[in-house]
Design a protein around this ligand. Structure first.
Ligand code: SF4
Length: 375
């Protein structure tokens, strides 16, 4: 059994796995596999897997990068919140760099005088609120099921402390609903996907059972995978074998971490504090029913949307930015005409170039030498 991280990066084993994949693909067949999670996209390019895999394997990059799928209207609203008097707006570093309408960002709002602060944990925002009772501290919460339990715990902690000045601008998303929406889309928008590499961190919370209905309904295999190169290659081999055998099961390559039922304690905290929104707009995927969370009425005192109601204003994508197509796996980032020309990590024009988990940023950092390894 492998115990150390270096063992999951063993080059000889990676080449052997890639050869096995090559031997098992059916002649003339293309396998269009989407990795949902931006962490997987990053790992795929960081470890050069596209150069190792046979051409029959087409890796499509999915919408599982939290800052990438944040709709522009919500970024615009966060900027408006930050500009309110006596407000401190806190969030994670990448969130502050996501362009809203007219390429405005929270960092620019900070430069213009708004009190915007980067935090490493939502707990820092709770502590800040307890230290500055005369200011309203708003946490701009984003992310999938991985970052949702800490937000739930922070709201419970704020309640225990009796804080009246801590608020959450909630943008937490639900992964299975996005998978469902991708597969339900017409063929030109998503249903050409043959199988999924399922997310790792999200699955530690929701478990593998959460995907079973989707795999059955759309007859698509899903393999939950870890982040190391051997994890990903093994998951690709498991998908190829399922597709060759006309199977559509949910399999768990990452069983050293992910369990079938997930983390029940984390799920309980989420259910205690959040409820489902009827619908939510995802950048690139449009409005998806039951795909996001709102703060329950019992915790309304901590809900920034209730305390500081903001109108939804029309938002504007940067003209020429192809993020929506990239997020649906329809366009390779390098084929966006702005990629590495005017759009770079230092000067991102779209959200997919901001975070290391964004497909455009991953291809920019690691994926610009399309040389295949001789196997
Ligand atoms: Fe958007 Fe930049 Fe990616 Fe093009 S390269 S899709 S402009 S983020």
């Amino acid at each position: 059994m492998m115990k150390y991280i270096e063992e999951f990066r063993d080059a000889a084993m990676a080449i052997a796995l890639a050869r096995t994949i090559g031997h098992e693909i059916e002649p003339g067949r293309t396998y269009r596999l989407m990795e949902f999670c931006g962490g997987h996209t990053h790992a795929i390019y960081r470890y050069g897997l596209p150069r190792l895999l046979p051409e029959a394997i087409k890796m499509l990059h999915g919408p599982g990068c939290p800052v990438c799928v944040l709709p522009i209207a919500r970024v615009d609203q966060a900027i408006e919140l930050a500009r309110l008097p006596k407000v401190i707006l806190c969030s994670y570093g990448d969130t502050l760099r996501v362009p809203g309408s007219g390429r405005r960002t929270l960092l620019q709002a900070k430069a213009d005088g708004a009190d915007v602060r980067m935090v490493y944990s939502i707990d820092h925002a709770v502590t800040l609120a307890s230290q500055q009772p005369e200011r309203a501290v708003i946490f701009f919460a984003i992310g999938f099921e991985t970052t949702t339990p800490p937000t739930a715990l922070a709201i419970l902690r704020a309640q225990t402390l009796g804080l009246k000045n801590f608020f959450v601008f909630c943008n937490h998303l639900l992964t299975p609903a996005a998978l469902d929406a991708l597969l339900a889309a017409p063929p030109d928008q998503g249903s050409w996907i043959d199988g999924f590499i399922g997310p790792a961190h999200v699955s530690t919370v929701i478990g593998t059972a959460a995907y079973r209905q989707i795999a059955l309904r759309y007859q698509k295999p899903i393999v939950i995978a870890g982040f190391e190169p051997l994890d990903l290659l093994q998951a690709i081999l498991m998908l190829v074998r399922q597709l060759n055998n006309r199977r559509c099961a949910v399999e768990n390559q990452y069983h050293r971490v992910v369990q079938d039922s997930g983390n029940r304690l984390a799920q309980d905290y989420m259910a205690q504090v959040f409820c489902q929104r009827d619908t939510f707009e995802w950048r690139g995927l449009g409005k998806i029913a039951d795909s996001a969370l709102a703060i329950r009425p019992e915790f309304a005192d901590f809900d920034a949307e209730r305390r500081f109601p903001l109108p939804e204003r029309p938002s504007r994508e940067h003209p020429g930015c192809a993020c929506p197509a990239v997020l649906r796996g329809q366009l390779d980032p390098a084929n966006c005409k702005l990629f590495a020309v005017t759009c770079t990590p230092a000067n991102p024009l779209g959200a997919c170039m901001v975070s290391a988990e964004g497909a455009c940023a991953a291809v920019y950092a690691y994926g610009r030498q399309p040389i295949r390894m001789p196997l």
